[in-house]
Design a protein around this ligand. Structure first.
Ligand SMILES: *Cc1c(COP(=O)(O)O)cnc(C)c1O
Length: 389
């Protein structure tokens, strides 16, 4: 059993999920896990228990008795185990955007005197918008290139990169980027939103400085599930975060005049954690207990290979074929992405469209089966053949 779980076959936990309904009343072929993961039954159970047995029954004492106060770090350690982070380096709470804003400024403050914030030109919109604002706030100059072309130098304070491109599904060479950044003396802020839960990330081993990521994609934490932030141990005691909320205070209940940082990663806490969402995530994470992320990625690649192999040659695939450069989703370039996305949904295949012309197919291995991958390719091919979109 343990051996089976460490190298799981695609769809190994299908029964552990509730899948959205297709128009015919059956389960949808759900390939939108790169946007919002399907619902783990364990998340539903945890959420109902939080509502009935904790909030209703215990009330305010739950902050102590139910361990709510410690949840950001406790869940942080659970997520940390999935991204190669030893305990005590990850907190959960707030949104990815909020965590990213804090991480970028804190990173810039680690390199006073340097002048450039280097970011991925094709980064997810919130990452680009926030980098621009952080540049204005800190006085850094914003420079943007594709991750592979990044050439940090002695002026570079911060390098901000995703692990996987949100549009194309390309997996970037995080190890190489970190090595080049460190050789230039810069710090790296990695966004793991499209990587966590679908492939192995080794934050400690790679020497990544700070990282953020969301938990509602491949971690299936539910809509608006709280994000996580990682700070390498070596930076924690000097880290100067901009969002000095009271829960990141060394002694929050002393309610002192001035802010003083909690020791360690706790200083990245901002406000009161969204406990219902946190506890739903706690349940959702059970999916990955004892599961090796390299095995999950192998299963996801088996699915995306089956999808690609079943597509007609004429379809333009923008995701790399090489396994080492592919994350968890595949994107194809089509004429009318929105129209095809809607037409696929009417046929019970849930995917998403990204402007101007990409359709994305997410291969979340816990609940997507080989039959699903082939059905999606067949339905797309049929729509393209008949122009039925
Ligand atoms: C999904 C995603 C986000 C989402 O940010 P939110 O604050 O949760 O809306 C941010 N960055 C990347 C790279 C993403 O893929």
């Amino acid at each position: 059993m343990a051996g089976l779980r460490s190298a799981p076959p695609p769809g190994w936990l299908r029964d552990g999920f509730v899948l959205p309904r297709a128009p015919d009343g059956g389960d949808a072929v759900y390939l939108a896990g790169n946007s919002l993961g399907a619902q783990p039954r364990a998340a539903r159970r945890a959420l109902l228990a939080a509502v009935d047995e904790q909030w209703a029954a215990v009330g305010v004492a739950g902050w102590e008795e139910c361990g709510w106060w410690g949840a950001p770090q406790r869940l942080g350690d659970r997520v940390g185990a999935l991204v190669g982070a030893a305990a005590g380096q990850v907190v959960v709470g707030d949104s990815t955007s909020v965590q990213l804003f804090g991480a970028l400024i804190a990173a810039a403050r680690l390199r006073p005197g340097r002048t450039v914030l280097l970011s991925d030109a094709g980064h997810f919109p919130t990452d680009r918008y926030l980098a621009a604002s952080v540049a204005r706030l800190t006085g850094l100059e914003l420079a943007a290139t594709v991750p592979d072309a990044m050439a940090p130098d002695e002026r570079t304070a911060v390098v901000a990169v995703p692990a996987v491109d949100f549009r194309t599904g390309e997996r970037w060479d995080l190890a190489g980027i970190v090595a080049r950044a460190h050789a230039a003396g810069a710090v790296v802020v990695a966004d793991l939103s499209h990587a966590v839960g679908v492939l192995p990330v080794e934050l400690d081993a790679l020497g990544v400085d700070l990282a953020v990521g969301c938990t509602y994609k491949y971690l299936n934490g539910g809509p608006g599930a709280p994000a996580f932030a990682y700070v390498a141990q070596r930076h924690q005691d000097v880290l100067d975060p901009p969002l000095t909320g009271w829960t990141g205070h060394a002694d929050p209940f002393a309610m002192t005049e001035a802010w003083s940082p909690a020791p360690g990663v706790g200083r990245l806490r901002v406000g009161t954690p969204p406990m219902l969402a946190m506890l739903a995530l706690d349940g959702a994470l059970d999916v990955f207990d004892g599961v090796d992320l390299a095995g999950v990625h192998a299963a996801s690649l088996t699915l995306s290979d089956a999808f690609l192999d079943a597509l007609p040659e004429v379809v333009e695939v923008v995701t790399p074929r090489e396994h080492a450069r592919r994350g968890g989703h595949v994107a194809v370039r089509v004429g009318d992405a929105e129209g095809l996305c809607a037409a696929l949904a009417r046929r019970g295949v849930v995917v998403d469209a990204r402007p101007p012309d990409l359709l994305r197919f997410g291969f979340a291995a816990p609940y997507v089966t080989l039959a699903d991958a082939r059905t999606a390719a067949r339905e797309l091919a049929a729509l393209l053949r008949t122009g039925a979109a």
